[in-house]
Design a protein around this ligand. Structure first.
Ligand code: CP3
Length: 339
């Protein structure tokens, strides 16, 4: 089969499909015993940097469920290392950056690098995964400039993003220079993933919902736009907490707009207009008893309104606590919905 005729890519282009395509953010991960077994022997960074292993993890959910797309196994923080930041995934703490950016000189000192060389392991993993996937399209991805910058500045996860906002407000030149560097690197990185064989790409702006609409437009939108407008395959623009400024999110770009559960999908589709939409089950609903879960899934499919251009997904990544049987139920329920 021609990948271009797959349900997932047809939905990205808003063409009619036989049933709604589905994949899940973080579909490879700790809720799967196959993944946990590999993690007993390898760290997260080793998995990401060993192309055969990254391709293998990419395949795990594809073997187990009837997903309509695979996503390459990697992490949005991998480009921090070649930029010159020391990244570690500390046990139980999540990511830690030991030399986080604290001012203009740190921004000036970031390395520029050749993505094809220094992130070549991701591109190799994509080539291997594509050769194994056959009928299933592969999604490449990167973090959005704001979300990547926030980790580089905060040094890890943050609740209020105060260091990030302080750099933005007090040292705007350094902020804009940082966003310029990250967005041009990200634009090239996603293009290289496409050249390696990714059929679509997703840009993750996980935490940008902490900004006001006005700050989003001034400090973020031009850089997200630069990344999104320079891609040659369908591009999914993911964010959370941005239901109040979907218009600005759409203005930044994306063939597919991925929304979270804080907005009704019908409402989101009205605002988004002539583009495909992805979402938007609350990932916590995957912890519900099966019958309630099925009801929640059907509500979303109903809200999507039987118009072409809906890709079923969560509003954010799968939780490690998710029963694997519920993911199976989800995929079956979505595929059985009559369009
Ligand atoms: O979706 C997939 O199946 C592909 C793999 C993938 C990972 N990270 C692997 C991973 C993807 C798409 C990501 C994206 C990512 N990474 C985001 C954006 C999506 C989101 O959830 O908002 C962010 C913010 C990160 C940064 C990151 N990586 C954090 C905050 C953490 C620690 C928290 C956590 O979930 O454990 C990670 C680690 C990480 N990246 C894991 C996986 C499978 C878990 C680590 C482990 O195996 O111990």
């Amino acid at each position: 089969m021609n990948l271009n005729e797959s349900r997932f890519l047809k939905a990205c282009r808003r063409e009619p499909v036989d049933c709604t395509p589905v994949w899940l953010m973080r579909q490879a991960g700790r809720y799967m015993s196959e993944y946990r077994a590999l993690r007993e022997n390898y760290s997260l960074l080793t998995l990401c940097k060993t192309p055969e292993l990254a391709a293998e993890v990419t395949m795990q959910p594809i073997r187990r469920f009837a997903m309509d797309a695979a996503i390459i196994f990697a992490d949005i923080l991998l480009p921090l290392e070649p930029l010159g930041l020391h990244l570690e995934f500390a046990k139980g703490e999540g990511p830690v950056i030991h030399n986080a950016i604290s001012g203009p000189s740190d921004v000036a000192n970031l390395r520029s690098f050749d993505v094809k060389k220094e992130l070549g392991f991701v591109l190799d993993a994509i080539r291997i995964a594509v050769s194994k996937l056959e009928e299933t399209p592969l999604i490449g991805f990167a973090g959005a400039p704001f979300t990547v910058a926030s980790y580089a500045i905060e040094g890890g996860h943050s609740r209020h993003f105060l260091k990030t906002k302080q750099l933005m407000y007090k040292q705007p030149d350094a902020w804009h220079s940082l966003m310029e560097k990250i967005s041009s690197m990200t634009s090239q990185y996603l293009q290289a993933q496409t050249e390696a064989g990714a059929s679509a790409v997703q840009m993750f702006d996980s935490w940008v919902g902490v900004l006001s609409p006005e700050d989003y437009r001034e400090y973020v939108l031009p850089y997200s736009k630069k990344v999104l407008s320079t891609q040659k395959v369908p591009v999914i623009h993911f964010s959370t907490g941005t239901a109040a400024y979907l218009e600005a999110i759409c203005e930044a770009g994306g063939d597919v707009i991925s929304v979270d559960w804080r907005i009704d999908l019908a409402d989101a589709r009205d605002q988004i207009g002539d583009r495909a939409v992805q979402g938007n089950l609350d990932p916590a609903h995957l912890l519900m008893a099966p019958e309630r879960l099925r009801t929640e899934i059907r509500k979303i499919l109903d809200s999507a309104g039987r118009k072409p251009g809906h890709i079923f997904n969560l509003g954010h990544g799968v939780f490690p606590e998710t029963p694997v049987e519920n993911v199976e139920i989800l995929v079956k329920e979505v595929h059985s919905w009559k369009l």
